[in-house]
Design a protein around this ligand. Structure first.
Ligand code: DHB
Length: 395
């Protein structure tokens, strides 16, 4: 009798354990954090990414693998301490199963230790310094890396009669990556790098550095400024007479950002850039994306930030489906690694070894189409891995 009772108790407690383990997979409502700069100098990133993440849910539904997704949007103003506090709150109080966003590199770096400690997946959809994904095994990325965009620019310049280049970048992680990897590739191919100029992230004044470029008379200046600063840079480039002096502008696509390109006017015509996304990309997936984005947002044109947020949501949905609805960090990260699909930007995948994005980099030229300026793609380099991590891995 006693042993029968004991068996019964044992049976009940085993069932209870089984239920407790299975419960998260069956849970209905789950929170997902989206941490973005909705105010301040980086607000164009927040506006573009929030709109794209919402559009993804509008088009693909709010339910995946038995879960109803609640997207919690938080404004960090691009301040890393705020980014960290909001992320901590999303993890501890809202039990967010994943965090997306992070407008600038310092924000992504601030959240990395939290991701590791809480085993919460972080999908970086904006910040683009190469080493970010090395800071936690729970970080994956759907944006890009600056070395990924800058190396093809150097290759194009070498093949197109450009022999001497000055570099001009914003003085923090992504700018230093752009400068380093452009210069390394350009010099390796026999090109000469002159002045290496940097401007601060906060309140940059382009006038003095542009004067130095003008005085040095290089064939071209290679530029990186973060999303949202391209129009201000382009105005100074023209006002300071660099175009008139015959100095070519070459850049990563952050400068001819689709969010601002049409407002830059004719001075932007002919500028050659390398990047992973153009609103003009010619594919059925992109035509549908651009049309739906414009319709949902009063005619707004999506930029490279928007596509990264859209793909970040897509990655999360795909991972939840592949993990059979499991929401723990390890199951989700295992399901994130190796995902591959056709994004509006073209074919993309998540490198299982680095959790960083592998994608086509396009060479584009600013042209007018139906009275509007676009980055028109004319060359593509498929399946580009982040060169920084590829070099470390001896690839
Ligand atoms: C970063 C921010 C940007 O707006 C951009 O275009 C590229 C990189 C960054 O801070 O990592």
């Amino acid at each position: 009798m006693r042993s029968a009772v004991r068996r019964l108790v044992a049976g009940v407690s085993l069932a209870a354990v089984a239920f407790a383990v299975a419960a998260p997979a069956l849970a209905d409502d789950v929170n997902v954090g989206l941490v973005l700069p909705m105010t301040g100098p980086q607000q164009s990133t927040g506006k573009q990414e929030a709109a794209a993440a919402k559009l993804f849910m509008q088009l693909h539904g709010v339910t995946v693998a038995g879960h109803t997704i609640h997207l919690l949007l938080k404004d960090d103003g691009a301040a890393p301490d705020v980014s960290k506090r909001l992320s901590q709150d999303l993890i501890a109080n809202d039990h967010a199963i994943a965090l997306l966003g992070y407008g600038i590199t310092p924000d992504a770096l601030a959240v990395a230790p939290l991701a590791t400690e809480a085993k919460t997946p972080v999908i970086v959809t904006a910040a683009a310094t190469a080493m970010i994904t090395e800071k936690s095994p729970y970080i994956a990325r759907t944006s890009f890396t600056l070395p990924q965009a800058s190396v093809p620019m150097a290759d194009w310049a070498l093949k197109n009669g450009i022999k001497k280049v000055d570099t001009l970048v914003t003085d923090y992680g992504p700018g230093i990556d752009a400068e380093t990897w452009f210069a390394k590739e350009f010099q390796k191919g026999g090109g000469a790098v002159g002045n290496r100029l940097r401007v601060p992230l906060k309140n940059p004044d382009f006038a003095p550095v542009l004067q130095r470029v003008k005085d040095g008379k290089p064939d071209a200046v290679f530029v990186f400024v973060p999303s949202g600063f391209g129009a201000a840079f382009m105005k100074q480039f023209v006002d300071r007479g660099l175009a008139a002096a015959g100095i070519k502008l070459i850049a990563t696509g952050d400068v001819t950002d689709d969010d601002q390109l049409d407002s830059m006017g004719d001075p932007a015509l002919g500028v050659v850039t390398t990047h992973h996304y153009s609103a003009d990309h010619d594919s059925p997936e992109n035509k549908a994306f651009v049309a739906a984005f414009a319709k949902a947002n009063g005619g707004m044109r999506p930029n490279f930030m928007a596509v990264a947020a859209y793909d970040g949501m897509d990655l999360l949905y795909r991972a939840l489906a592949k993990a059979g609805g499991k929401t723990d960090g390890d199951s989700l990260m295992a399901a994130i690694k190796g995902q591959a699909w056709t994004s509006p930007r073209g074919p993309i995948s998540i490198d299982p070894a680095t959790r960083d994005i592998v994608q086509t980099i396009y060479v584009r030229k600013v042209e007018k189409k139906d009275g509007h300026l676009f980055n028109v793609e004319f060359q593509s380099i498929p399946a580009v891995k982040d060169p920084y991590k590829a070099a470390k891995a001896g690839q």
